[in-house]
Write a protein that binds this ligand. Structure first.
Ligand code: ADP
Length: 269
């Protein structure tokens, strides 16, 4: 697979359109069998890199996952990090802010959940909700939302001093979302996942797409670019996300630290 980062990146400061990304596109990963092989190899490789990251404790990796309801954020985390040691991973899901969270600035809970050096942090939703649902559902006035855009970019620049930030949007089509919501209602083992609020959010589909378009273009920066992953096909989605994470870790290139003693000098009685 050629480096998926080139094809999937939202180029910072340039014209770009979400509508041009086909959620069904699988051309970057080949057929299903190939994609599954790649996913397995990359998931193993991610686990190995993570051990070095942990041993070295110099940097952290933060993977931010965004996407509409049913876009597959949970399944992606399982598929991509299923082989990574649980001690090296810090997964945080952000739902509606609690009264305590609302009593602070919107980045308070986000900053507190950022991974310490040595860990891979994964955000299932993030501060981007505050400029997505915040805008579509008018939870904040336009001036506040506008201010948040600037604050997000500055915040990420600060976090990036110790942390590599990888921002990924899982892009599904409206038809695919209908199928997935339907499946939740039809399968008793999936019904627990159905949230009537998702149907309400679906009515605002176009507004969410417009909000995403703005977010992606305005907050894709050199230091923390966005990648948009076609996500209608779960196998292609997982292979692409694993490819993005593995390559990012490879570039970070953590190494086992050299001991400051000579192991040959140590006697164990
Ligand atoms: P999920 O739907 O991802 O499985 P939850 O239902 O627990 O998880 O929470 C997600 C909901 O919380 C979504 O509707 C999302 O828009 C909302 N949410 C997340 N962050 C915020 C925020 N900062 N402000 C308002 N709503 C938010």
């Amino acid at each position: 697979m050629t480096d998926p980062r080139k094809a999937l990146v939202v180029p910072p400061g340039r014209d770009w359109s979400l509508a041009d990304v086909d959620p069904r596109d699988t051309s970057l990963v080949g057929d299903k069998e190939k994609a599954k092989e790649r996913l397995a190899a990359d998931a193993d490789s991610i686990a190995e890199w993570q051990e070095k990251l942990f041993a070295e404790r110099r940097h952290a990796l933060l993977v931010i996952l965004q996407g509409t309801d049913t876009s597959g954020k949970d399944g992606t985390i399982r598929g991509v990090f299923g082989r990574t040691g649980p001690m090296g991973l810090a997964v945080t899901a952000f739902g509606r802010p609690t009264p305590e969270e609302l009593a602070h600035d919107f980045l308070w809970r986000i900053h507190a959940a950022c991974p310490r050096r040595g860990l891979i942090g994964v955000f299932n939703r993030s501060h981007y909700e505050d400029v997505l649902v915040g805008r579509v559902r008018k939870l904040a006035d336009p001036e506040t939302i506008e201010r948040r855009f600037r604050q997000i970019v500055e915040f990420e620049e600060m976090v990036a001093s110790s942390t590599t930030i990888l921002k990924i949007m899982l892009h599904i089509s409206k038809d695919e979302q209908r199928e997935r919501l339907r499946a939740r209602l039809d399968d008793p083992e999936k019904t627990w996942k159905f949230d009537p609020g998702d149907v309400e959010d679906r009515r605002h589909w176009d507004e969410y797409q417009a909000a995403y378009q703005e977010v992606l273009v305005r907050t894709s920066t050199k230091i923390a670019p966005w990648y948009v992953v076609p996500a209608d096909r779960k196998w292609a989605r997982n292979a692409l996300v694993a490819g993005l994470v593995r390559r990012t870790l490879e570039d970070m290139a953590p190494r086992y630290p050299k001991p400051d003693f000579d192991p040959a000098d140590i006697r164990i009685d």
